[in-house]
Ligand binder design. Structure first.
Ligand code: NAD
Length: 316
C-alpha cells in the first residue's frame, strides 16, 4: 500500500524517524519543515537519493503551503514548537506554531481534497490529576500548559474537519518520546549540563517527577501499526510504554552512562520542573496493545538506550 505522504516537521526528531519508515516501505514522501528545530542532516540521505522531496516552508504561510498538498493521500502532521517551557515566557508561540499551523494544514487539505491526517498530540492534554494510567476516554481534558492547550485545540480542529468536511483522522497522544537524534528533553539537557561541568548536575524540581518514556522507534512503528489496523472516522490512541521512570532515576542513569560518577546531583526543589509541567504522567496503552502492538522498550530501558546514543552524538 504505497502512497504519497506529506510529513510536516519531517526534519525533526520524531518526524525524521517516521520519514525513514515511510521511505523504507516505498512511500513517496514530501517533507515540509521550516527547520526551526529540525535538522536537515537527519533526512539529507533521503533527499540526496531522491526518496524525499523537501520543502523549507513555514506552516504559518498558508499560500506557500496550499500547492504542496496537491496529489497527497496522507498527511502526518508533526510540526510544532517542541519546547513546553517556552510558554512560561512567550505566550503566543503555541497559538501560532500549534493552533494556527494546524488550521493551515487542515484548510490546505480541504482545498486539495486530501482526506487522511495523522496528528502528533500529547499526554499533556489530560492536564493535572488525571487517573494513572490515563485512558483515552478520560475527561474533561483541561491542559495546564499553553503547549497543551494548542494540542487540544489541534485535536478539536481536526474533529471539526472530520465532522464538517469528511476527513479521516488518527490522533496520537504521545508520552515522552526519546531516542536517537533527540534534540530536547530531560536526557538531552542532563548530558549537556554534565558536558559543561562533569562535577555537578542540576535537576529541576525535587526529582520525584515520574513519567512514562517511549523509544522513538517504538513510537513511529506504533503510529504506522495503528493506521494500518484501524478505520474509524476518528481514531484516538495513547502511545507510551508499560511503566514510568522517575527523574531521580534518569539522573542516576545519565551520570552512570557519562562516567561522571563523582557528580553531585542538586535538586532545585518543588514538585515540578516549571510552571505548567505535569509531575506524574502515565498513559494507558491497552487500546494500542489490543491492536496487537508490542512495545519493545520499557521506560528505564528506553532512558538507558537514549542516554548511550545521545552521549555518542553530543560528547563524541
Ligand atoms: P522537533 O522539534 O524535533 O520536531 C518538530 C519539527 O517541526 C521540527 O523539525 C521543526 O523545524 C518543525 N516546525 C516547527 N514549527 C514549524 C512551522 N511553523 N512550519 C514548519 N515546520 C515547523 O520535535 P519532536 O519531539 O520530533 O516532536 C514532533 C511532534 O510530536 C510535535 O508536534 C510535538 O509536539 C509532538 N510530541 C512530542 C513529544 C516528545 O516527547 N518528543 C511528546 C508529545 C508530543
Amino acid at each position: 500500500m504505497f502512497m504519497r505522504a506529506l510529513v510536516t516537521g519531517g526534519a525533526g526528531f520524531i518526524g525524521s524517524h517516521l520519514v525513514d519508515r515511510l521511505v523504507s516501505r516505498g512511500d513517496e514522501v514530501l517533507v515540509v519543515d521550516n527547520l526551526s528545530s529540525g535538522v536537515l542532516e537527519f533526512i539529507q540521505g533521503h533527499i540526496d537519493s531522491g526518496a524525499v522531496d523537501f520543502h523549507q516552508v513555514d506552516l504559518k504561510d498558508l499560500e506557500s503551503l496550499k500547492p504542496l498538498l496537491n496529489g497527497v493521500e496522507m498527511v502526518y502532521h508533526l510540526a510544532a514548537n517542541p519546547d513546553i517551557r517556552l510558554g512560561t515566557r512567550i505566550t503566543d508561540t503555541d497559538l501560532k506554531e500549534g493552533t494556527i499551523a494546524t488550521y493551515n494544514v487542515l484548510e490546505s487539505m480541504r482545498l486539495a481534497n486530501v482526506e487522511k491526517i495523522a496528528f502528533a498530540s500529547s499526554s499533556v492534554v489530560y492536564g493535572e490529576n488525571a487517573p494513572m494510567p490515563t485512558p483515552e476516554n478520560h475527561g474533561p481534558c483541561l491542559p495546564i500548559s499553553l503547549y497543551g492547550a494548542s494540542k487540544q485545540a489541534g485535536e478539536g480542529l481536526i474533529g471539526s474537519w472530520v465532522g464538517t468536511f469528511g476527513l479521516q483522522a488518527w490522533i496520537f497522544r504521545f508520552a515522552n518520546i526519546i531516542g536517537e537524534r533527540g534534540t530536547h528533553g530531560v536526557i538531552f539537557d542532563f548530558i549537556h549540563k554534565l558536558k559543561a561541568d562533569p562535577s555537578r548536575l542540576e535537576v529541576l524540581g525535587n526529582g520525584l517527577q515520574e513519567k512514562s518514556y517511549m523509544e522513538v522507534g517504538d513510537c513511529v512503528d506504533a503510529i504506522l501499526h495503528v493506521i494500518d489496523n484501524t478505520d474509524e472516522r476518528i481514531n484516538l490512541y495513547n502511545l507510551g510504554s508499560n511503566d514510568t521512570c522517575s527523574v531521580r532515576n534518569i539522573a542516576a542513569i545519565v551520570v552512570r552512562e557519562t562516567g561522571c560518577e563523582g557528580a553531585s546531583i542538586e535538586y532545585t526543589g518543588g514538585d515540578r520542573g516549571w510552571a505548567g509541567d505535569i509531575p506524574k504522567a502515565m498513559l494507558a496503552i491497552n487500546r494500542l496493545k489490543e491492536l496487537g502492538f508490542k512495545v519493545n522498550y520499557d521506560s528505564e530501558e528506553a532512558v538507558a538506550h537514549t542516554a548511550r546514543v545521545l552521549i555518542q552524538e553530543i560528547m563524541g
